[in-house]
Ligand binder design. Structure first.
Ligand code: B3K
Ligand code: ZN
Length: 850
C-alpha cells in the first residue's frame, strides 16, 4: 500500500467525554461556495471524566475566529480538529468557520443536491459543518438560525421566528450532533396532519422539488400509519409540533432519521403507480416507518458510541419488520427478510468482512452500516423476544423507554432491562453481539418406544480475528407432523445452550416428521441430511408457512446442485412440488409467487463452496437457465392459467392483495416468455399502465433477447424521470447474457445520462454489474477490471459509496485460482491509488487480508 494504514478505534478504549454541552446556537449564512457557520456552545466539565483537556472535531473547514467567554483565542488547528486551553469550569465557546457545500461531493456534512442545500451528519458528518465534540454521547439542545434567500429553510425541531431572508428553529429535545439537519432550497410541500394519542395536533410535510408533488401521497399515508402503529403497539407518541420529510436526489444511502427533519433519498419516498413498482411501494412504506420509529429507538434513546450502532439499528429494523408484517402479510415479510439476510448477511458473515453485530474495532464507522449490524442485529432482537416471550418483551420495552429516555446507551443497558424484567442471565445471549460468524446447526433424530429425540450440534466457523467461539443460546422452533400430515406436536421453542444437546418428545405413536427452525427462529445454517420425499412432504403439509416455503427452496437447491456437479436433469420432484404450490388456491398469491423464486447464483456459489468445491459461475447460470426452461415446459398450462387468473382488473393499488396477484402473474409471465418468445410480454408491455407491469414485461423481453424496441421506447417515455431511468440502467445489465454483461455495462457508462456523482445512478449501473455473478465473474476478468476502474474514479469524489461497493469482491476466496489472481490484482490496483480514502483503504485491506 502506498501510505500508512489508518488508525483503528477500539470499543475497549471508550472514555466518557471531558466536556458536556448544555446548549448550542448555530447561525448559517448560506452561500454555495462560502457558507459561514457561527456557533455558540455552552460547555461544562463532565463530572465522570478524568481529564479536562479540550478538543473539538472538525474537518474540511476554515476557522475564521474563535472566542472563549467573549475573548479571542488561537486554538491549535489540525486536519481533524482543534485543541485549546480552556478555563477550569463552564465556559462559552464561539467560533466562525467557512465551508464549501458546492464542492462537497462526498455527500457528508453540508452539501448541494440539485441546487438545494442539505446535510448528512451520521455518523461523523457534523464535524464538517463546525468544530464540535462530534460523538453521540454528547447530547444537547440546538437552536438554529438560517440566513439566505432560499424560499424554504428548515432545521430540526419546532419553527421559531422567520422573516425576509432568515428562519429560526428550536429543538427542545437534547440530541447528539449526528441528528442535526438543515435543508434550504426551492421546495414545495405535500402537507398532512396527525392527532397524537394525547390529542396533540402535529403538522406533517413531505418537501420535494417542484414537479414531484404528485408522488407524495403514499409516503404521507405511510407516515401517518407509522405514527399510529407506534402509539398502538409500543405506546410511543410523537414529541414535536411538526414532522418534516425532505426528498433529495443525491444521497449515499436510503434515508436519515434527523430529529423532526428526516432526509430521504428521493428513491425511498417518491412514489406513483406509473413510476414505482409494487416492491418500491413496500420498501418506501418500510423506510418511512423505520426512520419515524428511530424517533424513539435512536433519537430519544441514542447510542453511547458507534460500536453500539446495532442498539438503534437492529431494534429499529425489527420494529419496521413488525410494522410491515402488520400492514401486509407476516409470512411473506418473513420469507422476504430471510432471503435478504441470507443473500447479504450470511455472505458477509462467511467472508473476510465478517464482524460481530457489535464490532470491537473500526477504522471508518461508515464501513459498519452493514447487513450484520442491521439485519443480523434485528434477528438478535427477534430471538430475544422469542426467548423471553411476548409478555416480558412488552414489559422490557416499556422499562427501556422509561429508564433510558434522554440517554446515550449501550448493549449492556439494553440487556440489563431484560435481565431485570425476567430475572434471567443473558450473558450467553450476549455472545450473539460479540462473536461474528453464522452458526452451523446440524441435527440427527431417533425414534424409540414412543420417544422421538432430536440431537443438535452447533459450530461457528472462524472469522477474522476470532478463531474459536463458545456455544451460543439458540432458540429452535420445532413442530412435529404425523405420517398422515397432521400436526402431532405444535410449535415448541427448544432452547439450545450447549455445543451438543438432545431434546425429547414423548408419547408419540410413530416416527414423526420434524419441522425444524420454524419461522427461521435463529440466524443459523441448518444442516440436515434429508431427502426429496421429506422435503416434498413438508412442502405439502407443514403448517408453518416459512418452513413450507423453505422445503420448496431446499428441493430446488438440491436439484440445482446436482445439475451443476453431476450434469443431472432437472428434478422431477421439484417440478411437481412447485406446480402443487403454485396452483394451491388456498395459499396467498404473494406466497405462491415466492415459491416460484429460485436460489440465487450467489447462494448456490456459497453452497458449493461450503461443500468443499469450487463454484463455476457460468455453470451455475447454465443450471438455473436449464431449470427455468424445464419448469416453463413442464408448467406451461399452469403458467398460462395463473397468468390469466391473476390479472388485476381494478384501479391500481400498491397493497398486499393486488401486489401479490401481480407478483404471481409476472412470475407466470416469465415462464410463458420462455415458451412464446416474448409475445405475451410484448402485449403486457404495450398495455401496461403501471411500472410493476411495464418493468416486468421489459425484463421478460430482455431475457428473451427481444428487448431492443422496448428499451428504446422506455427511455423515450421516461427520460425526464431520474428514478425510472435508474431502473432502465439496471435492468439492461441484470438481463444481459453473462458474456455480454461487461459490454452492456461499459456501454451504459458511456451514456450521456450516466453520472458517477449521483449514487443512485452509480449503484444502478455498477451495482447491477456486481449483482450479476456470471457476468461479473466472467473468466476474462473484465468484470473485475471494469468495476475497479470506476471505483478508482469514484473514490476521490465519494469515499463512502466507493467503499461500500468494494464488497462486490468479498467472495473472492470461493473461486478458482485464476479468478482469485484476477480479483487480487484489481484490489491491489485500488489499494495502490495515491490518496485513497480511509474508507476504501480499510475495505480493500480487510478483503485482501482474509
Ligand atoms: N441511520 C441512517 C444511516 C446512516 C448511515 C451513515 N453512513 C439511516 C437509518 O438506518 O435509518
Ligand atoms: Zn436505521
Amino acid at each position: 500500500m502506498s501510505h500508512a494504514a489508518p488508525q483503528a478505534i477500539h470499543l475497549a478504549d471508550y472514555t466518557p467525554p471531558n466536556w458536556l454541552v448544555s446548549s448550542v446556537h448555530l447561525t448559517f449564512r448560506l452561500d454555495p461556495t462560502g457558507t459561514r457557520v457561527l456557533s455558540r456552545i455552552e460547555f461544562a466539565p463532565n463530572p465522570d471524566a478524568s481529564s479536562r483537556d479540550f478538543a473539538l472535531d472538525g474537518e474540511n473547514m476554515k476557522l475564521i475566529s474563535a472566542r472563549i467567554d467573549g475573548a479571542e483565542v488561537t486554538p491549535d488547528v489540525g486536519a481533524h480538529g482543534l485543541t485549546c486551553d480552556v478555563p477550569d469550569g463552564a465556559f462559552t465557546w464561539e467560533a466562525e468557520v467557512e465551508i464549501n457545500p458546492a464542492s462537497n461531493t462526498a455527500l457528508e456534512g453540508l452539501y448541494m443536491s440539485s441546487g438545494m442545500y442539505c446535510t448528512q451528519c451520521e455518523a461523523e458528518g457534523f464535524r464538517k459543518i463546525t468544530y464540535y465534540p462530534d460523538r453521540p454521547d454528547v447530547m444537547s439542545v440546538f437552536t438554529v438560525r438560517i440566513e439566505g434567500d432560499e424560499p424554504v429553510m428548515l432545521s430540526n425541531g419546532n419553527p421559531g421566528n422567520s422573516g425576509d431572508g432568515f428562519a429560526e428553529w428550536h429543538d427542545p429535545w437534547p440530541k447528539p450532533a449526528y441528528l442535526f439537519a438543515l435543508v434550504a432550497g426551492r421546495l414545495v410541500n405535500h402537507p398532512g396532519s396527525f392527532t397524537t394519542m394525547s390529542g396533540r395536533e402535529v403538522d406533517l410535510n413531505i418537501w420535494v422539488r417542484p414537479g414531484d408533488e404528485g408522488k407524495c401521497a403514499f409516503g404521507m399515508q405511510a407516515l401517518k400509519d407509522s405514527m399510529r402503529w407506534d402509539e398502538e403497539v409500543y405506546g410511543r407518541e410523537y414529541d414535536l409540533d411538526l414532522f418534516n420529510i425532505v426528498a433529495v436526489d443525491d444521497f449515499n444511502m436510503g434515508a436519515m432519521e434527523n430529529k423532526g427533519l428526516n432526509i430521504f433519498n428521493s428513491s425511498c419516498v417518491l412514489a406513483s403507480p406509473e413510476t414505482s413498482t409494487d416492491a418500491n411501494f413496500e420498501r418506501i412504506e418500510a423506510i418511512i416507518a423505520h426512520e419515524y420509529f428511530h424517533n424513539w429507538t435512536g433519537n430519544r434513546i441514542t447510542c453511547r458510541d458507534w460500536f453500539q450502532l446495532c442498539l438503534k439499528e437492529g431494534l429499529t429494523v425489527f420494529r419496521d419488520a413488525q410494522f410491515t408484517s402488520d400492514m401486509r402479510s407476516a409470512p411473506v415479510k418473513r420469507i422476504e427478510d430471510v432471503i435478504v439476510l441470507r443473500a447479504r448477511q450470511f455472505r458477509e458473515d462467511n467472508g473476510p468482512l465478517a464482524h460481530p453485530v457489535r464490532p470491537h474495532s473500526f477504522v471508518e464507522i461508515n464501513n459498519f452500516y452493514t447487513a450484520t449490524v442491521y439485519e443480523k442485529g434485528a434477528e438478535l432482537i427477534g430471538m430475544l423476544k422469542t426467548l423471553v416471550g411476548d409478555e416480558a418483551w412488552s414489559k422490557a420495552l416499556t422499562l427501556y423507554f422509561q429508564r433510558h429516555d434522554g440517554q446515550a446507551c449501550t448493549i449492556e443497558d439494553w440487556l440489563k432491562v431484560f435481565e431485570d424484567v425476567t430475572g434471567r442471565d443473558l450473558a450467553q445471549f450476549k455472545r450473539w453481539y460479540e462473536d461474528a460468524g453464522t452458526p452451523r446447526l446440524s441435527v440427527t433424530d431417533e425414534f424409540k418406544d414412543g420417544t422421538y429425540t432430536l440431537n443438535f450440534k452447533q459450530e461457528t466457523p472462524p472469522t477474522p480475528g476470532q478463531d474459536s467461539k463458545p456455544p451460543r443460546v439458540i432458540p429452535i422452533a420445532v413442530g412435529l407432523l404425523g405420517q398422515n400430515g397432521d400436526e402431532v406436536v405444535e410449535t415448541r421453542i427448544l432452547e439450545m445452550n450447549k455445543a451438543e444437546q438432545n431434546f425429547e418428545f414423548t408419547g408419540l405413536s410413530a416416527h414423526p416428521i420434524p419441522s425444524i427452525l420454524r419461522g427461521f427462529s435463529a440466524p443459523v445454517i441448518l444442516m440436515r441430511e434429508t431427502n426429496d420425499a421429506e422435503r416434498a412432504f413438508l412442502l405439502a403439509h407443514d403448517t408453518d408457512p416459512f418452513n413450507k416455503w423453505e422445503a420448496g427452496r431446499a428441493l430446488a437447491r438440491a436439484g440445482l446442485l446436482e445439475m451443476i456437479s453431476e450434469g443431472a436433469n432437472p428434478d422431477a420432484a421439484y417440478l411437481e412440488a412447485v406446480r402443487t404450490m403454485a396452483t394451491d388456491d388456498s395459499l396467498d398469491p404473494a406466497f405462491r409467487a415466492l415459491t416460484l423464486g429460485l436460489p440465487s447464483q450467489d447462494d448456490l456459489a456459497q453452497a458449493i463452496h461450503d461443500a468443499g468445491s469450487t463454484p463455476d459461475p457460468q455453470a451455475i447460470w447454465d443450471a438455473l437457465e436449464a431449470l427455468k426452461d424445464a419448469r416453463a415446459e413442464a408448467l406451461e398450462d399452469t403458467a398460462n392459467a395463473l397468468y390469466s387468473q391473476h390479472q388485476v382488473g381494478e384501479t391500481y393499488r400498491p397493497d398486499a392483495e393486488q401486489s401479490g396477484a401481480r407478483a404471481l402473474a409476472n412470475a407466470a409471465l416469465a415462464m410463458i416468455t420462455r415458451r412464446d418468445g416474448g409475445a405475451a410480454a410484448q402485449a403486457q408491455y404495450d398495455s401496461a399502465d403501471n411500472m410493476t407491469q411495464q418493468l416486468a414485461a421489459l425484463g421478460c423481453l430482455l431475457q428473451a433477447g427481444k428487448g431492443d424496441t422496448a428499451v428504446q421506447a422506455f427511455y423515450e417515455q421516461w427520460q425526464d424521470d431520474r428514478l425510472v431511468i435508474d431502473k432502465w440502467f439496471g435492468l439492461q445489465i441484470a438481463h444481459a447474457a453473462p458474456d455480454q454483461t461487461v459490454a452492456v455495462t461499459e456501454r451504459l457508462t458511456q451514456h450521456p445520462d450516466f453520472t458517477m456523482k449521483n449514487p443512485n445512478r452509480f449503484r444502478a449501473t455498477l451495482g447491477a454489474l456486481a449483482g450479476s455473478p456470471a457476468g461479473f465473474h466472467h473468466a476474462s476478468g473484465e468484470g473485475y477490471r471494469l468495476l475497479a476502474d470506476w471505483l478508482i474514479k469514484l473514490d476521490p469524489l465519494n469515499p463512502q459509496t466507493t467503499a461500500r461497493m468494494c464488497s462486490a469482491f468479498e467472495t473472492w476466496r470461493r473461486y478458482d485460482d485464476a479468478r482469485q489472481t484476477l480479483i487480487k490484482k484489481q484490489l491491489r490496483r485500488i489499494a495502490d491509488q495515491p490518496k485513497l480514502s480511509r474508507d476504501t483503504t480499510e475495505m480493500v485491506g480487510r478483503i485482501l487480508q482474509s
